[in-house]
Design a protein around this ligand. Structure first.
Ligand code: NDP
Ligand code: GDR
Length: 358
């Protein structure tokens, strides 16, 4: 039975990948951080009572900023494949925590590669690095391919650039089977709630049910190439099944603006919108009953990535990979899921007997 180690297993991609690898018959080990509240909501359904012998899913405490924990876990598990998905992954937060972001997103990659090297696992352990379209930042050509020059625009992007190159370097220097997936934005119903897509679907679902009034966003004109996380984790696995390691762009090749994402979500919910530059309105609607979407400069970034559009021809030709989920289906799935969650929240709030109504 093959063994995989996933860092960032409690995140969006970690949850989909763990599920995917368990279905493929892997023994899956995940690295999770200690936190004061439970942080395993996305993977709880995969976790089985460790007292049962057929259990194939295991969690270990560790942190990308702590070499000793990583060395210990890699030595204990001796995985066939490591998927490095852990990262401080929020671009705006990286401007507020640049040093921590560099420690986890840049040096963290080095720590894992060094663990493979120093533990003598170069021949055994294959390595996947979660690289990103944020590397392109101020884009030099459209669409972006594996050959497009990088120009990161945030401490996150700069840290990920180190992660990209150290992965290439350990492949070339030591012969580690190490690959970069340059993934464009990918979303899902379990996307973190502060990324723009989930923020939109969550807020509009609540607005529809009357439990929230307003939606405040930053740059509405930013354009992204949005795919579904479920499709993208399959590619992460495919990359490690190749005889030769390599780097691949993973994208849909279609681009929409943040404004279009809002419009599509609102249309599915039957919400009529009106756009407003600034200011706060107590009611949340204009005189015609249209829901107001406002721009709050608080969500502007010191340096913005205005437009991203990927060309995944190489992945299509070499890995046989194509995305399965269209933009419309992605938005629909997220809206439907958040509407159900919002209904549940509303139901609880309206039940004084469970004490959440006050
Ligand atoms: P999430 O933010 O949902 O998940 C990040 C994961 O990393 C969480 O499990 C988080 O733990 C963990 N983590 C954060 N910091 C540390 C640390 N110091 N040590 C150990 N674990 C840590 O991200 P996604 O699942 O969306 O993305 C997965 C990876 O892919 C990330 O590296 C991201 O940068 C990259 N990426 C994502 C894209 C996207 O559109 N989703 C596109 C391109 C790249 P906790 O749950 O405790 O916070
Ligand atoms: P991104 O995703 O920065 O592309 O990074 P995010 O959803 O945060 O932003 C996308 C675009 O929307 C604009 N925007 C807002 N963003 C947020 N979060 N909140 C808002 O209110 C808002 N209003 C407008 C942003 O300015 C931006 O242009 C994601 C992460 O998953 C990274 O880890 C990953 O590497 C890249 O995608 C590819």
């Amino acid at each position: 039975m093959k063994k995989a180690l996933i860092t960032g297993v409690t995140g969006q991609d970690g949850a989909y990948l763990a599920e995917f690898l368990l279905r493929k018959g892997y023994e899956v080990h995940g690295v999770k951080r200690r936190s004061s509240l439970f942080n395993t909501a996305r993977i709880d359904h995969l976790y089985e009572d460790p007292h049962f012998s057929e259990n194939r899913f295991f969690l270990h405490h560790g942190d990308l900023t702590d070499s000793s924990s990583l060395l210990h876990i890699v030595e204990k598990v001796r995985p066939d494949e490591i998927y490095n998905l852990a990262a401080q992954s929020h671009v705006q937060v990286s401007f507020e925590e640049p040093e921590y972001t560099a420690n986890s997103d840049a040096i963290g990659v080095l720590r894992l590669l060094e663990a493979i090297r120093t533990l003598g696992l170069v021949e055994k352990t294959r390595f996947y690095q979660a690289s990103t379209s944020e590397l392109y930042g101020l884009v030099r050509e459209t669409p972006q391919t594996e050959k497009t020059p990088f120009y990161p625009r945030s401490p996150y992007g700069v840290a990920k650039m180190y992660g990209y190159w150290i992965t290439v370097n350990y492949r070339e220097s030591y012969g580690i089977h190490a690959s970069n997936g340059i993934l464009f934005n990918h979303e899902s119903p379990i996307r973190g709630e502060t990324f723009v897509t989930r923020k939109i679907t969550r807020a509009l679902a609540r607005i529809k049910l009357g439990t929230e009034k307003r939606l405040f966003l930053g740059n509405l004109d930013a354009k992204r190439d949005w795919g579904h996380a479920r499709d993208y984790v399959e590619m992460q696995w495919l990359m490690l099944q190749q005889d030769t390691p390599d780097d691949y762009v993973i994208a849909t090749g279609v681009q929409y603006s943040v404004r279009e994402f809002v419009e599509r979500s609102a249309a599915l919910l039957g919400i009529h919108l009106t756009w407003k530059g600034k200011g706060v309105d107590e009611t949340g609607t204009d005189q015609n009953g249209n829901v107001i979407v406002s721009v709050d400069p608080r969500y502007f970034r010191p340096a913005e990535v205005e437009t991203l559009l990927g060309d995944a021809t190489k992945a299509r030709e070499k890995l046989g990979w194509t995305p399965q989920t269209s933009f419309d289906d992605l938005v629909r799935e997220m809206v439907e899921s958040d509407f159900k969650i919002a209904e549940g929240e509303k139901h609880l709030r309206e039940r004084p007997d469970v004490g959440l109504g006050n």
